[in-house]
Design a protein around this ligand. Structure first.
Ligand code: 13P
Ligand code: SF4
Length: 354
């Protein structure tokens, strides 16, 4: 990825990363089990007793290191439940995490999510150290378009504003007028007060937004490799097995899936739907870990788990979060000229939705 760098901003003061004492993993003793029991109670429906002795020492070490480093962990809704519930300080969809990154007071942000999310945090918190536990945690949408592609679109559609989904690199954001997430895409498009906009790079999100607005939307051909795999036949088979099932889909799904869903929304909107409406049984048409995380908040709801895993989100583990905080790696930085332009697009969105 072209904007990841290990702390290379000229003149930047290098922090000392040394801890006053070596930080080893504690053994899983009866004392540690007792100390961690309240955290296990939170996740016992989704983490087995066999898994917990492997997770608990890492969770303890991560939570201790967070205090030593004055660090916070921003955890996306697609993180596995032991990360999301046991070490995440702020949890949410892309918009909620971006807003949190802008106001957080810690020295260090660990992004439990993918690379574009870490870049967004760095744009909004340029003075903080932003770490990603695995620098290869990418995104098929972010990889579907380059800054050069956006410059080409400007030539083909002169004067048409370009809205970029947050799932893009900082270099792409720098070429665009405003950013959006799946929570606010319609609002962002309509805020521009023009008859026509480009909404890049997710073709399916653009098509979904087109069903919600009179503004003409021009799309790019990017797709999420997780959501594009769902089909209307999958939904029909689930409904045939239980006609009372509620089906809720992420707007990155193909239009024929969204057309047969009961509700469509961002990961945060999906969670709100389940926790407020408490359907008897629900299918979340999105990444697999969402169901486990919502189940912690709504244990009375039965979930159908169509298991499409995001291979990028699943690169983040308790092990590499621990190593990130122990060794202060991998630091995400953005070229200052790119960052200044990209920040404008992200801040314009954040200000609109605050
Ligand atoms: P949300 O903004 O809905 O959390 O989506 C992010 C994402 O990557 C979905 O695939
Ligand atoms: Fe990207 Fe899709 Fe993974 Fe989200 S789920 S990070 S859009 S590949």
């Amino acid at each position: 990825m072209d904007t990841l760098d290990v702390c290379t901003v000229p003149g930047r003061r290098q922090r000392s990363h040394a801890l006053s004492e070596p930080h080893a993993l504690p053994p899983f003793t009866p004392e540690l089990a007792a100390e961690m029991a309240p955290l296990y109670a939170r996740v016992q429906h989704v983490v087995t007793p066999m898994e917990w002795p492997a997770y608990a020492p890492l969770i303890k070490a991560i939570n201790d290191l967070k205090k030593k480093r004055n660090a916070v962990i921003l955890a996306h809704n697609y993180m596995t439940p032991e990360i999301f519930n046991c070490v995440g300080d702020f949890r949410g969809d892309s918009l909620q995490l971006a807003k949190e990154a802008a106001r957080v007071e810690a020295d260090v942000i660990v992004q439990a999510g993918v690379h574009f999310m870490a870049e967004t945090s760095k744009l909004l918190s340029p003075d903080k150290t932003v770490l990603i536990p695995d620098p290869l945690a990418g995104c098929s949408l972010a990889e579907s378009i380059t800054a050069e592609d956006v410059r080409m679109l400007r030539e083909v559609y002169p004067g048409v504003p370009i809205v970029t989904y947050v799932n893009t690199s900082a270099a792409v954001k720098a070429e665009c007028d405003i950013c959006c997430t799946s929570s606010n895409a319609v609002k962002v498009v309509e805020s521009l007060g023009v008859p026509r906009v480009l909404l890049i790079p997710d073709e399916y999100l653009a098509k979904y937004v087109q069903t919600q607005t009179k503004v003409e939307i021009i799309a790019w051909k990017g797709h999420c490799e997780v959501h594009e795999r769902f089909t209307a036949d999958d939904i029909a088979a689930m409904r045939a097995a239980d006609p009372g099932l509620k089906v809720i889909a992420h707007p990155e799904c193909p239009p024929e899936v969204i057309a047969v869903a009961d509700f469509t929304g961002s990961t945060a909107a999906m969670i709100n739907y389940v926790t407020s409406k408490r359907p008897r049984k629900v299918a979340l048409i999105t990444e697999c870990s969402m169901a486990s995380n919502v189940a912690v908040q709504a244990p009375d709801v039965e979930f159908i788990r169509p298991c499409n895993l995001c291979p990028h989100m699943k690169r983040i583990s308790l092990e590499n979060i621990y190593e990130a905080l122990r060794d202060m790696k991998y630091e995400v930085d953005v070229d200052p000229i790119v960052a200044a332009k990209a920040r404008r697009a992200v801040e314009r969105m954040v200000n609109l939705t605050n």
